[in-house]
Ligand binder design. Structure first.
Ligand code: NDP
Length: 271
């Protein structure tokens, strides 16, 4: 079985770090062309250089864009069309979690989290939908979270908005099916990425627990895997999330839409 991504074009939001960057790497290795976006030009430049070393500069576009800025997202889509002339897959991946309990989440925090989790999908989908339809086999893949189904009080706004996001994606999958655009989501558990490195450097987990002095990142990850009851006993690697994203973006999943895959080391206990 092949992924059939040869010469296909994928636009990946938040492609300059972690899961998005690994997704761009995996796609390039299958023969696809990739366009990534992110806000920090420095991170984008570094990512683009690494990606170009996989399959050549001509197959990589890096565009500075905040997914919450409608005109910037329009600019990203226009740049993809200008460079590659098409777009076959859109990966809505940009974002991060907001660590707060109910009593530490202000109205503005709730609005900001709603804005991020909803409009990071709505704006790119609106901008790329026509191009995905022209592809004839368009795919939208959203990087979401297992948290959508297993809320944690210390990530209250993220969990609630991730749950709403799944509802949005289900509706989209039905509305877009006649246009031959499939819509699916990969639900991440804990995957080692920029987010987790930043938390380690800040010395505190999202649940507010301090990381003991002298504990290495590897020891902290092992502890997280234990306390979060991850059956496989470790955090995931970004490439392991990227492989599931590739499956949903490629014709390998041509008869699947409106679905989810958990990449969570067995953390989901539901059958
Ligand atoms: P990283 O921090 O490593 O990567 C996040 C990427 O998104 C970066 O490229 C960042 O670049 C970009 N980004 C963030 N906000 C915006 C924005 N407003 N506009 C454009 N780009 C943006 O984190 P992950 O790889 O972990 O995260 C990827 C996705 O997976 C996120 O949506 C995250 O919430 C989700 N997820 C991850 C989990 C995990 O355990 N890793 C768990 C559950 C969900 P820049 O900051 O320069 O804009």
């Amino acid at each position: 079985m092949t992924t059939n991504m040869e010469n296909k074009v994928a636009a990946i939001t938040g492609g300059s770090s972690g899961i998005g960057l690994a997704t761009a790497q995996v796609f390039l290795r299958t023969g696809a062309k990739v366009a990534i976006c992110g806000r920090s030009q420095e991170r984008l430049d570094e990512a683009a250089e690494g990606l170009a070393s996989i399959s050549g500069k001509e197959n990589v576009l890096a565009y500075s864009c905040d997914v919450l800025d409608e005109s910037a997202v329009g600019g990203f889509q226009a740049a993809v069309t200008e460079r590659f002339g098409r777009c076959d897959a859109l990966v809505c991946n940009a974002g991060q979690a907001r660590a707060s309990y109910f009593h530490t989440t202000s109205d503005q925090d709730w609005r900001d989290e709603f804005e991020l989790k909803f409009f990071s999908v709505i704006r790119p989908v609106r901008a790329f939908a026509d191009a995905l339809e022209v592809s004839g086999a368009g795919a939208i893949v959203c990087t979401s979270a297992g948290l959508a189904r297993r809320p944690e009080p210390f990530l209250i706004a993220t969990g609630a908005t991730r749950a709403g996001q799944l509802n949005l994606l289900k509706s989209l999958s039905i509305e877009f099916a006649p246009r031959n655009i499939r819509v699916n989501a990969v639900l991440i558990g804990l995957v080692d990425s920029g987010q987790w490195s930043r938390r380690y450097e800040a010395g505190e987990g999202p649940d507010g627990r301090e990381i003991p002095d002298g504990m290495s990142k590897e020891e902290w990850f092992a502890d997280l895997a234990k306390t979060r009851h991850i059956p496989l006993g470790r955090l995931g690697e970004p490439e392991e999330a990227a492989n599931a994203i590739l499956f949903f973006a490629s014709p390998m999943s041509s008869y699947i839409t409106g679905e989810t895959i958990e990449v969570a080391g067995g953390q989901a206990r539901n059958v």
